[in-house]
Design a protein around this ligand. Structure first.
Ligand code: HEC
Ligand code: HEC
Length: 374
């Protein structure tokens, strides 16, 4: 048994003693005294990630080749899209806000309702095949990709062999792992005094840290903060029909009559309805790039978000008891906003994260592509 000391490199990180049991070193990432620190970049295979990057920006991954992942996850907008409710496959329209993909590789459960709790491979499959998302058949996608000589080479170089839908679903997550926050004032010790005061409120009087905990500022759990429903989903027939399709597929009870997004209820279908209106706590990193906010884009600015919490959130029978009026002064509220802004870093818009070359879709298919094994 021994004692290991991790040296702090930022003002609020202090030296932490980590006990090493039976000679096994248990310390992994930097541990801050308050549980907050920089997001650690995962190890990435560069060739697989480069392939994933091209796939992410390639419209041929959608059924009618009209949209790519990057249509909705736009790099200059923190890999969200600036819209309250997302777009969708032509002929449908979205009913949720597009979340950032920065640090998404580190999550434990994905989508606003947390309905996928396995891995990014499954999230990628769902994003590609879901009718209202990219509406792509995996077999068709594989045939398309394997005709393209650029892909044939890239798959080979990445060690995958012939293009296959299985390796597409591995390469895209490898690319997503490259999207890690960096350069935030919070991480490099450049927080203003107002931001520091906001951080103290965040952990103390305002009670934000009980849900927004850890390096990504989320507990990866669903909670009910009673954000009002977005009426657009029921006013706009395309959005409504898309939500109903989703609800029927996931077995939401009484879907034809309800006028709300049930959130995490679809995971549990609890008879008492106590999970209705719970949504996953989102990360608070890169918020400067990702307005508007919440699962349905109902809150436009960070100032409005803080005001929402200060007023005790919205109205809902299932609201979490921690969401209650906070009695923060105007100055305290503005400190909180400045603190939230200090969690945003450099946009990931360089060539490491963006596929800038034109994707040539008028290529000459490889010879004998029909005969290629996958
Ligand atoms: C039409 C717009 C659109 C397209 C295209 C799209 N997404 Fe998304 N993405 C969304 C929306 C909206 C959500 C949230 C959905 C929900 O909560 O039900 C989401 C959620 C995600 C998440 C989960 C993030 C989180 O924090 O839980 C990942 C990962 C993701 N998308 C990756 C991809 C990938 C990879 C592609 C391409 C294969 C893709 N998306 C294509 C709109 C889109
Ligand atoms: C009970 C847990 C809980 C507490 C306490 C809490 N939040 Fe949240 N927060 C959430 C959940 C859940 C959401 C997502 C709600 C939704 O999508 O409808 C959220 C959303 C947000 C968002 C929007 C992020 C985005 O990308 O859409 C911000 C900003 C935010 N919270 C800041 C704060 C601040 C500041 C405080 C303290 C004043 C706070 N939160 C307290 C659970 C909590």
């Amino acid at each position: 048994m021994g004692i290991l000391v991790i040296k702090g490199f930022r003002s609020h990180i202090i030296k932490v003693a980590v006990i090493v049991l039976s000679g096994v070193v248990t310390a992994s990432a930097t541990v801050a005294a308050d549980g907050f620190g920089p997001v650690k970049a995962p190890k990435v295979n560069a060739k697989k990630a480069a392939l994933g990057k091209r796939l992410f920006f390639d419209q041929r991954l959608s059924g009618d080749a009209a949209i790519s992942c990057a249509t909705c996850h736009v790099p200059s907008k923190g890999f969200s899209d600036g819209l309250a409710l997302s777009k969708a496959y032509p002929g449908s329209d979205g009913f949720r806000n597009t979340p950032t993909l920065i640090n998404a590789a580190q999550k434990a459960a994905w989508f606003h309702d947390g309905r996928i709790g396995t891995n990014l491979n499954d999230v990628t499959r769902e994003s590609i095949t879901e009718t209202y998302n990219m509406n792509m058949d995996m077999r068709l996608m594989q045939e398309r990709v394997k005709q393209d000589p650029v892909y044939v080479k890239m798959f080979k170089d990445a060690g995958y062999g012939e293009p296959s839908n299985g390796s597409i679903r591995k390469a895209i997550p490898e690319y997503l792992k490259t999207l890690t926050s960096r350069g935030a004032a919070f991480d490099n010790g450049k927080m203003s005094d107002a931001a520091k005061r906001g951080f103290e409120l965040f952990k103390g009087k305002a009670g934000c840290a009980s849900c927004h905990s850890g390096n990504r500022f989320t507990d990866d759990q669903p909670h009910n903060t009673a954000v009002p429903n977005n009426p657009e989903i029921w006013k706009n027939p395309l959005r409504h029909v898309t939500y109903v399709t989703f609800g029927l597929f996931l077995g939401i009870e009484n879907i034809m009559n309800i006028r709300r997004d049930v959130g995490a209820h679809i995971r549990t279908h609890k008879a008492d309805g106590s999970d209705i209106g719970k949504f996953m706590t989102p990360t608070l990193r890169e918020l400067k790039q990702t307005a508007p906010y919440m699962h349905n884009g109902m809150i436009k600015t960070l100032k409005d978000v803080v005001e929402f919490y200060n007023n005790g959130g919205g109205n809902d029978a299932n609201k979490d008891p921690r969401i209650k009026p906070l009695d923060l002064s105007k100055e305290e509220q503005s400190n909180l906003v400045v603190f939230l802004e200090s969690l945003s870093g450099k946009p990931l818009t360089g060539s490491q994260h963006v596929w800038n070359d034109k994707i040539d879709v008028n290529y000459k298919p490889i010879k004998d592509w029909l005969k290629q094994r996958n």
